[in-house]
Design a protein around this ligand. Structure first.
Ligand code: C2O
Ligand code: CU
Ligand code: CU
Length: 519
């Protein structure tokens, strides 16, 4: 048996709703501080977290190992993933109880090439059911690892598919309905890097000048265990006050090359990061969720909501140090909500220490990936989605047995998505990468012009997303679309669609036998 059961996150969050709305009604930040109860005023003043200069940066950044693989008889590249519980010495004193894949915390980086067939042997060594979802991957619904593919305790799962999408930084994480947040928080997550044969001279030596960075916040209790209670007054569930990268608290990284490519993943449950460097240095955005941009875009800030990834290339001078930081959010909150949900926080994340001399053999090429090409496609269907509260899309909550709609294989659709309140929401779609074709009728900002599978929804703006559905029809087994704030997803801010072949109509979702999936 493993550790104490996790408390459920949903009930306490709902109890606070009334209080939260009355705060918002009070007329914003000033009124809240001056007029509210003394405890609220105190809390408000105390709610902004600033760790600049306070993080020790005394531990080398852990780089997740590359997953080993073998070639099986069918020619597929086969990986073994063992989901297990363990303990990690994050701090002095008692070790923290964790979950991981092929280890105690997080999982190995999976790496495969476009065109390759991959096969997984996933074994669930936990005492409760979970699943492994391949976030960002184009694959059959039955292999997707969502809520309909739970693996029972002690059970196995063997998904297999052919990778057919451009080079990209994807990730994998559990997706059991209602329990995704606690499973990710315990430590189940990893990166999935797709390579293709584009012969670019980008930094590409894993762990040297091509560095995965799984950025997550955690809160520890006095006994060094992960504290998974919701943050007071937060509308997003849990916010941690310590940042770990690849499971390392206070990480530093030894830089040996002039150019370093960072694959940044916001692997947090609910925290927004606004990445930039302490000295304001510019860097190049080279890839978004679905792959390389046609050409790099220079910036000094990149805001990522949970689930989003970017690849950036940073230049270093010999002998210098630089700190990767998360700055206060640039957009996404209105009124006092930002302060109460980490939007005003400034957080030191990782220190980079450049060697006295640096190799200089790579470059950021003029041209890299193919530009998204769906802006002028004639949509077969337009749909709209409004996300509100903690658990609703178009006024409905997730029902495992309800298929919300079917899309036709081979067609392009445009989905107009809106955050209908002031909470933090984003929008993720399984199976496809989409193109943000406009935001409030305007061309999207450069950071949203590449292929995306998750996009932050700034309140009240209309995001038009164009996506093409190809392959893998299945009238019965749905893909998900949802808010990736995991407390919202778990409460039901999620819907389901199927991809239909010609002449097919929506079928019926097989009932999952979950009798033994809760340990
Ligand atoms: Cu990253 Cu439906 O998930
Ligand atoms: Cu996903
Ligand atoms: Cu949300």
């Amino acid at each position: 048996m493993y550790g104490p059961r996790l408390r459920t996150n949903i009930a306490p969050m709902k109890r606070r709703t009334a209080l939260k709305w009355s705060l918002i009604g009070a007329g914003g930040a000033g009124a809240l501080v001056l007029g509210g109860a003394g405890t609220v005023a105190y809390f408000w003043a105390d709610a902004r977290l600033d760790t600049v200069g306070k993080v020790a940066f005394d531990t080398p950044l852990a780089v997740p190992p590359l997953a080993e693989s073998t070639r099986d008889a069918s020619g597929a590249r086969r990986f073994d993933l063992e989901i297990q519980s363990g303990t990690v010495a994050f701090k002095d004193g008692r070790e923290t109880e964790t979950w991981g894949l092929n280890g105690a915390f997080l999982g190995p980086t999976i790496r495969a090439e476009r065109g390759e067939e991959v096969a997984f042997a996933v074994r669930n060594g936990l005492d409760e059911g979970t699943s492994i979802h391949w976030h960002g991957m184009h694959l059959p619904a039955v292999m997707d690892g969502g809520p309909h593919q739970e693996v029972a305790p002690g059970g196995d799962w063997a998904p297999q598919w052919t990778i057919d999408q451009p080079a990209a930084t994807l990730w994998y994480h559990p997706h059991p309905h209602g329990r995704t947040a606690t499973h990710v928080y315990r430590g189940l997550a990893g990166m999935f890097i797709i390579d293709d044969d584009a012969d670019l001279n980008l930094p590409r030596t894993y762990g040297v000048d091509d560095v995965p960075m799984i950025v997550q916040d955690r809160k520890f209790n006095d006994d060094n265990q992960f504290d998974d209670t919701n943050t007071f007054l937060s509308s997003q569930g849990l916010l941690g006050d310590e940042i770990m990268v690849n499971g390392t608290l206070g990480p530093y990284f030894d830089v040996t090359t002039r150019l370093v490519r960072l694959r940044l993943l916001n692997g947090s449950l609910s925290r927004l990061y606004n990445f930039g460097f302490g000295d304001g240095r510019p860097f190049s955005l080279i890839a978004t969720d679905g792959g390389l941009l046609p050409s790099a875009w220079e910036t000094d800030r990149l805001q990522l909501s949970p689930g989003e990834r970017v690849e950036i290339v940073v230049a270093f001078e010999p002998g210098e140090t630089a700190v990767l930081r998360s700055h206060a959010a640039d957009e996404g909150y209105t009124g006092p909500l930002g302060r109460l949900n980490g939007g005003d926080d400034t957080l030191d994340i990782c220190e980079f220490r450049a060697a006295a001399s640096l190799d200089d053999a790579t470059e950021v090429p003029e041209t890299m990936g193919a530009a998204p090409d769906l802006a002028d496609a004639e949509p077969a269907e337009e749909r709209s989605f409004t996300l509100t509260g903690f658990n609703q899309i178009n006024g409905e909550s997730m029902d495992m047995q309800r298929i919300d709609f079917g899309v036709r294989e081979g067609t392009v659709e445009v989905w107009e998505v809106k955050n209908g309140d002031g909470y933090l929401h984003n929008f993720h779609v399984h199976d496809v990468q989409y193109q943000v074709i406009s935001v409030d009728g305007e061309e999207p900002p450069p950071r949203l012009r590449g292929w995306k599978d998750t996009v932050q929804l700034v309140p009240q703006r209309r995001y038009r997303l164009a996506m093409r559905f190809t392959d893998y029809t299945d009238p019965n087994l749905p893909y998900m679309y949802h808010c990736h704030i995991l407390a919202h997803e778990d409460s039901g801010m999620m819907g389901q669609f199927v991809v239909l072949g010609e002449g097919e109509s929506i079928g019926e979702v097989p009932v999952v036998d979950s009798a033994h999936s809760h340990g």
